[in-house]
Design a protein around this ligand. Structure first.
Ligand code: BTN
Length: 265
């Protein structure tokens, strides 16, 4: 294992987010490494960070662009004590925590695009995925929360196909950002929001999520498989479903790709 610059920010007891941080110079995906560690019994709150990923995974089967030396690619092992139906909202809880951490370096520029794309100045700066491991009885034993954040990428570091749609903290603010300090802020916010979700559910976090929402009141198109729906976003419901008011009334959107009409997604 490479020298670990993130060891300095390990904090708290086993079970708290960021109590242990495993650092790798290169991985295929931090999600894969976290699965292996979780299956060996690694405690909740363990973080896997890679300097670069050769097969970084995004939502909807997409790849996550993961060049070295610039960004944050990490996965957190969670062993949630919450009802199964609450697990689907964990990635929304994480989105709020990531937004709050980004506020420390890009105040006033942060938004969330449902379900959990992080935006700075209207372009995607990061994303969250949540993958589960079931035990032999088929109940969920573990959630692997993956977070990718573009931190010090320059516009010229972006592949051509991402230019115009993706950004970084550095591009949006004009300032280089200390990745280790940003990771520390992220683990602190995630630890607080995760404990809040375990003790009080999603209800107190939902209005914070809605305040960050880039979609509130906007006309969007939702594509889910062969289905396509257009309408105006009215918020999210207590289960985290996106509420889109179209011609046939208000639809609950549970998955798929949402784009703002007349803007980049
Ligand atoms: C998205 O599509 O918006 C979610 C992207 C999540 C990317 C992160 S980078 C760290 C972790 N490891 C992966 O392979 N993916 C997630």
């Amino acid at each position: 294992m490479a020298y670990n610059p993130y060891q300095a920010i390990e904090t708290g007891e086993p079970g708290r987010i960021g109590w242990r941080i495993h650092y790798f110079a290169e991985l295929d995906s931090t999600q894969e490494k976290a699965v292996a560690l979780a299956e060996q019994g690694e405690a909740q709150g363990t973080v896997v960070i890679a300097e670069q990923q050769s097969s970084g995974r995004g939502r909807l089967g997409r790849r996550w662009y993961s060049p070295p030396g610039l960004n944050l690619y990490l996965t957190i092992v969670l062993r949630p004590r919450m009802p199964a139906e609450a697990l689907g909202r964990l990635s929304l809880v994480a989105g709020v925590a990531v937004a709050e951490a980004l506020e420390t370096v890009a105040q006033g520029l942060v938004a969330i695009k449902w379900p959990n794309d992080l935006w700075l100045c209207g372009k995607k700066v990061g994303g969250v995925i949540a993958e589960t491991i079931a035990d032999s009885g088929q109940s969920i034993s573990c959630v692997l929360l993956g977070i990718g954040l573009n931190v010090n990428l320059a516009e010229t570091d972006l592949p051509v196909e991402l230019r115009g749609r993706a950004t970084s903290v550095r591009i949006a603010t004009g300032c280089r950002c200390d990745r280790i300090a940003l990771a520390a802020a992220l683990f602190s916010r995630l630890d607080s929001r995760y404990m809040e979700a375990e003790s009080s559910g999603f209800a107190p976090i939902r209005p914070v999520w809605e305040r960050y929402s880039a979609l509130m009141g906007r006309r969007v198109t939702v594509i889910c498989g062969a289905e396509r729906l257009s309408g105006v976003v009215r918020g999210i419901d207590p289960d985290g479903a996106l509420l889109v008011e179209g011609e046939a009334g208000v639809a609950r959107i549970l998955g798929g790709d949402v784009s703002i009409q007349g803007a980049y997604d």
